[in-house]
Structures are given as C-alpha cells and as structure tokens.
Ligand binder design. Structure first.
Ligand SMILES: C[S@@+](CC[C@H](N)C(=O)[O-])C[C@H]1O[C@@H](n2cnc3c(N)ncnc32)[C@H](O)[C@@H]1O
Length: 411
C-alpha cells in the first residue's frame, strides 16, 4: 500500500451491495460447439455487479476488463449502413453519453465498481482498466487503494495511429491500461509463446520472455508494457470488417492479447460496461465464458449480434425492468410449412437488427441476427422453424436503435 489516498468532495465508502430482480428475456442457442457461452445483462454496471454477488459469484470471475467512458465530453453515436428494399440507408442513434464535467460522480462510481470487482475476482483473477490521459491517473490511485499498489502488474500503453493530432500540442495517441492482480501468489498469467531458436528446442515453442511474435507482419516486437499498434496489428481502421459502428469499439487483437494472457482455459470473464462486447468475442472464441453488462440498448444490440455471429450461446437478462419491451399490436408473423414469415411493412423490416420466434421461456426457436453489422444483407422475411423445436409463443423484433418489441404468434 502507498499510504496515499485520493480524496474528493463528499467522498464516501461504497454502499453495501443491493438486491436486484432479474428476468431472462432471450436465449439464442449456440451454433458452434467450440465456442464458450455469453450472458448479457441489461442494467447499470453496479447493479449488474451486485446481482452477480447476489447470485453467489464472489470469487468466481477470472478476468475483468473495464473500459468506462473517459470523460471525453462527447455524446457518442452508433452509425450503421443497412440494406433496404430501396437500396441503402444509414441509421444513426446515440449509443451513450460521456460527459466531461462529472469527475466526482465518476470517481465515486469507479470506486464502487472496483469494490465489487475485487469481491468477484477469483484468487487467480486479474483486472484491466482501460482509460486515457484524462482519468487514468485518478483510476491508478483508486486501484492502488483497492488492490494494493504492489499488485499492479503493468501499466500498459496502447499507442495507436488514428486521430489525436493538434496544432497546439503533441498528438494524443495512446491509451493506458492498468493491469492488477488480485493475489499475485495465485495469478493466472500466460506469457505469449514464441518459436524456440536454440538447437535443443528446435521446432518447439517456449514462453516468450522478451519478444512477441508478430505473425501479421512477420517480425518480433518487444514484450513490454508498450503495445504499439504498428508492430502488433492492434489498429482498427475505419473500414475494418470488425467494425460494428459502435463508437469507441476496441480492436479485437487488443482483447485477444489480454484474454490470452489472463483468462485461464474455460475461465469466466466479465465486462460490466461492455459496449460492443469486444471482450466477450475474444473470450468465447477461445472457449471461455463471459458476462457482459451495459445500460445502453444500443450496446446490447451490438454485443448480442457479435456474439451470436461467432456462434456462442447467448442469454440476455434484464435487471429491474431494464430493456423494457414494447407490445406489438396484432399478429405480424405467419407460421406455416415449417417456416415463420414476417408480415411487416418494408420500412419496419428495414429497421430491424434481429428477429425470431421464441417459446414461453424466451428460447429462440428460429433466429436471425444482424446486430453486429447490417451492411451485408437485407433482413430475411422468412426463417425455417423446425417443428421439433418447441411451442412457438412469441415474435420478438429488435430494431437498429436496440428497442425490443414482443407480439404473440398465431393468435
Ligand atoms: C468505452 S465504451 C466500451 C467499449 C467496448 N470496450 C467496446 O470494445 O466496444 C463504454 C460503455 O460503457 C457503458 N456505460 C457507461 N456508464 C455505464 C454505467 N454506469 N452502467 C453500465 N454501462 C455503462 C456505455 O453505455 C458504453 O457502452
């Protein structure tokens, strides 16, 4: 411990965890056996963390990644190009607000989040907190208090190429990721592998101690706390196919690296401010499990779409009535000949992100998901509905603003 304590007007100890009601709204089955499962929880980050404690998950999470708003003073839009009946259209919605003038509230919030994260982490667990120059110094002091200054493993600098230039200062082209271990005696950490060069180990891999293999560019880069994207392919260009249109989406290669290093095989990862769910994609792709939370419907739409897209089983839960569904009037789906056919006006279909038929428990019997991207295809009007799947009860549609509507089928 440093003995140094950050203070601010009205600072108070985090409130004890509260109880929260939860409803499972949707489960989409996996389409790939080698991919882990994802649970999305709609709600405030602290409520999500409290709910996990309520469910008895203290000490069970192996990796937490936090990428909260940075205090940039921006209302961030999500922009998507979608195929429509008449060609193409662009849908813009506000994804989330990132106010610049809320430092005191932000600190109080982060302190409570860290309190919960510390309880949820397993002894082998780690937390990575991703920020930039605006708030990284404050977070560092709070992390020192909660996790112990000696448990800081790295202050990682992710240096990127895009944006950040100015006429009146040097370019701002890096983020800071603080990486703390809960208990250094038990921490899981897998250093990257590199090809052995010695005669004795020829053809084998060994734990890299000083260089990263950089397969993308065919040369090595130093394994330090500095991660320049030029060397390690961490860039997310504007035209990159990973892009979901979600603002502040992080490159998958960045999260792949964190997951590789700190998520044990089959372990559980958590991101309670998940945005487009990049941590989730990285975790399930290596067979890990993930819990993602966000209070933004737009974020949940992006995360769900991406996770369904990589073949994960995806369960969507809502806390305390978050993600309120709109009741659809009338019947907008026809079930016949093993198919579900949408009967909505073109304009409504064009604005869909996902749709499907659910049973009474919210399990998807037929599901189409375009929540990660809509540029490639038009919304299909017809989905196969296997007879053996279960009793169709509801039509669920989710639009490109992340709004959910539910109607009955066959009434
Ligand atoms: C910087 S973005 C995360 C981006 C993400 N890492 C990605 O790769 O897409 C921050 C997210 O935190 C969410 N958020 C901010 N404050 C929150 C809160 N109090 N509770 C839950 N989510 C919150 C926002 O809705 C936003 O999606």
């Amino acid at each position: 411990m440093t003995g140094v304590r950050l203070t601010w007007p009205g600072r108070h100890a985090p409130e004890p965890p509260q109880k929260h009601g939860l409803e499972t709204l949707l489960t989409v089955p996996e389409t790939r056996a080698d991919v882990g499962a994802a649970r999305l929880i709609a709600g405030q980050a602290i409520a999500v963390l409290d709910r996990l404690l309520q469910e008895g998950r203290a000490g069970q999470v192996d990796l937490v990644y936090l990428d909260p708003p940075f205090g940039a003073g921006v209302s961030w839009p999500r922009r998507r190009d979608v195929q429509t009946a008449d060609g193409q259209a662009t849908h813009n919605v506000v994804a989330y607000e990132d106010p610049a003038d809320d430092l005191v509230d932000w600190l109080q919030h982060l302190e409570t989040v860290l309190d919960r994260v510390h309880r949820l982490l397993s002894p082998r667990g780690s937390v990575y907190v991703h920020l930039d120059f605006r708030r990284a110094p404050h977070a560092r002091l709070l992390l020192d208090e909660r996790f112990g200054a000696d448990n800081l493993r790295n202050e990682i600098v992710w240096a990127y190429g895009l944006g950040g230039s100015s006429k009146d200062r040097f370019g701002r082209k890096h983020d800071v990721i603080q990486f703390y271990a809960k208990d250094p005696r038990h921490t899981y950490f897998q250093a990257p592998l590199q090809k052995a060069t010695s005669q004795r180990m020829k053809g084998q891999s060994k734990r890299a101690t000083d260089v990263w293999q950089t397969p993308h560019q065919g040369h090595d880069a130093a394994i330090t706390g500095a991660w320049p994207d030029s060397l390690i392919d961490l860039t997310l260009s504007n035209s990159d196919s990973q892009r979901t249109g979600y603002p502040t989406q992080k490159p998958i290669a960045l999260l792949d690296r964190i997951v590789h290093a700190s998520l044990p095989p089959g372990g559980l990862a958590l991101d309670p401010m998940a945005g487009s769910g990049t941590l989730g994609v990285a975790a399930v792709r290596v067979g890990g499990h993930v819990i993602l939370g966000d209070r933004s419907e737009v974020a949940l739409d992006a995360s769900r779409g991406r996770l369904v897209g990589v073949g994960a089983r995806v369960q969507v839960d809502a806390l305390d009535g978050a993600l309120a569904t709109i009741k659809q009037q009338g019947t907008h789906v026809r079930l016949a000949d093993g198919q579900a056919t949408l009967a909505l006006p073109d304009a409504q279909v064009d604005a869909l992100s996902a749709w499907g038929i659910l049973d009474a428990q919210g399990r998807a019997l037929a599901w189409w998901d375009g929540g990660d991207q809509r540029t490639r295809e038009r919304v299909p009007m017809t989905l196969p509905l296997p007879l053996r799947a279960g009793k169709p009860e509801r039509l669920l549609t989710i639009d490109t603003a992340g709004k959910w509507s539910v109607g009955n089928v066959g009434a």
